[in-house]
Design a protein around this ligand. Structure first.
Ligand code: SF4
Length: 440
């Protein structure tokens, strides 16, 4: 059992807090990568959603808190070459038996900065993607944007290629804080980008904020929420600042021998998110996960998240991207040169993989769905033949005693405090062999 109370009050130290997958990445290896080929050689199972993720690893500037694989120095020819390789990857994988007769239910462009690409590059890229796996059954095409990269022509192109959900990486509304944290954009670009996105009438506009950036203050955080409420986006996603090991902030901590990151402690960050959620609720929003508030839950869905957290196959394209197909997790090579060289040589661009067991898949879905704040025991009985209330009786009982969740009528319901620290609670549901591992 993790000491959630201590963690809730602790200083922010280096390491990953956010749990995005299970089993942990450090259990994936390059020893059995042929299992990926075997997964693609299988026939698809009925009723398993398919999604496509495209990783665009280019940014104008590297944020000090960023831990993604991104490049800030690539020229137009290098970008074109990379995009061409991702299409060769898709053209190869799209022909495999596992893809037979399937069309993506969702498509996601993440990064990096997908909006770094020009309108022309986006049109060419997505035409090629659609030629392999048509998008006519896609209920959602999501696209991450950095506000400073959006001009009116580009936003029209983003809409015209079929994007339904744009997500603006605002993070903070204060220019000084944006600068100190290494962000490329400024507030005036945020408002301009938001208005342009509204004018294009996207089905959904999400904005991302981070609670606890370098030099965040009480007063400024309040202003962030006020400004968010002035914009009134369809959804608001708020992350609590974490400092993974491969960030500029961590390198500076290490160089100066500091163990504690120069950002707000966890208790403060949680309080900021709690207060933001309360204000958003007062303005009519509904809290739909530990990180997200939506204005109209009937209209505003996030199919990428919900489908992935319910066991969808995800075909990830590009450098360092993550995939999950037919029960096999894998990640692509994590350096752009290695990735493009492998694709050009006709070799699989694989870094590491893991074939999951049915039990691991059950746990994966369970912990990911806990992030929504509610889990139906019946869903797990039907899908996995497991009574999760019995199977997880001990950790659920302890979390209930801590006042972080309750069980009612076959449903696990996280209380707000539990939801705000949900990533800290999930290790308790891991198999014993995975519990001691740091999530990287
Ligand atoms: S814009 Fe996003 S992906 Fe790019 S450097 Fe900043 S945090 Fe990383």
């Amino acid at each position: 059992m993790s000491d959630t109370k201590t963690e809730k009050k602790g200083a922010t130290r280096a390491g990953n807090y956010f749990i995005s997958n299970y089993p942990p990445f450090s259990f994936w290896s390059d020893e059995e990568n042929r299992q990926v080929e075997e997964a693609y050689a299988r026939k698809p199972e009925a009723d398993v959603d398919l999604g496509v993720y495209h990783h665009i690893p280019f940014c104008r500037r590297r944020c000090h808190f960023c831990y993604f694989r991104v490049y800030t120095d690539k020229n137009a020819d290098e970008i074109k070459h990379y995009l061409d390789c991702t299409m060769r990857e898709l053209e190869d994988l799209g022909r495999r038996p596992l893809m037979e007769g399937r069309k993506p239910r969702f498509v996601y462009f993440g990064g990096g900065t997908p909006s770094y690409l020009s309108a022309k590059q986006l049109v060419e890229l997505t035409d090629r993607m659609k030629a392999v796996l048509p998008w006519d059954a896609a209920e959602e095409v999501a696209f991450e944007c950095e506000p400073g990269t959006l001009n009116p022509g580009k936003l029209s192109a983003i809409r015209d290629i079929g994007v339904t959900r744009v997500s603006l990486g605002i993070e903070n509304f204060d220019d000084r804080i944006l600068e100190i944290n290494g962000r490329a954009h400024r507030t005036k670009e945020v408002f301009r980008a938001y208005e342009r996105a509204k004018a294009e009438e996207f089905e959904q506009i999400n904005i991302d904020l981070i609670a606890g950036m370098l030099e965040e203050t009480e007063e400024n955080w309040r202003r962030n929420i006020e400004r968010t409420l002035e914009l009134l986006p369809d959804s608001v996603t708020i992350y609590q600042m974490e400092i993974p090991y491969n960030t500029t902030i961590y390198r500076e901590m290490k160089d100066s021998g500091k163990l504690v990151a120069p950002v707000a402690d966890w208790e403060t960050k949680r309080r900021w998110v709690r207060e933001a959620f309360e204000q958003l609720e007062s303005a009519g929003y509904t809290i739909s996960s530990g990180y997200t508030a939506v204005l109209d839950p009937e209209r505003t869905k996030f199919i990428y998240r919900d489908s992935l957290w319910s066991g969808a196959d995800l075909l990830g394209l590009g450098v360092a991207s993550f995939s999950h197909v037919a029960g096999v997790h894998y990640q692509n090579l994590t350096e752009i040169g290695d990735y493009t060289a492998a694709i050009e040589a006709g070799r699989p661009a694989l870094k590491r993989s893991l074939k999951t067991t049915p039990e691991e898949r059950m746990i994966r879905e369970f912990i990911l769905r806990m992030k929504l704040g509610h889990v139906e025991a019946g869903d797990f009985r039907d899908k996995f033949g497991v009574d999760i209330l019995e199977r997880f009786a001990a950790p659920l009982g302890e979390l209930q005693d801590e006042g972080l969740l309750r069980v009612e009528d076959g449903r696990i319901l996280l209380d707000r405090e539990g939801l705000l620290c949900v990533d800290n609670l999930l290790h308790d549901f891991f198999l014993p062999q995975h519990q001691t591992d740091r999530i990287v």
